[in-house]
Design a protein around this ligand. Structure first.
Ligand SMILES: [Zn+2]
Length: 63
């Protein structure tokens, strides 16, 4: 699973999401930023920031 914690981008926010694919994590994160943090326009740099903060969760992933 891939995990994104909003607190790594917006200090103090405890929202997080996990999904099988980065694309889905990014989609949900963008939605969250729009709905919760009032980001009207999600810039490419924001997407890059999300990507940079997505990490692997768990060790069940096959190498
Ligand atoms: Zn947040």
């Amino acid at each position: 699973m891939r995990l994104f914690e909003c607190g790594t981008l917006v200090p103090g926010c405890e929202w997080h999401t996990r999904a099988e694919e980065d694309a889905e994590v990014i989609r949900r994160a963008v939605e969250h930023l729009r709905d919760t943090h009032g980001e009207q326009v999600i810039r490419e740099t924001v997407v890059d920031n999300i990507k940079a903060r997505i990490r692997d969760e768990g060790s069940a992933e096959a190498a």
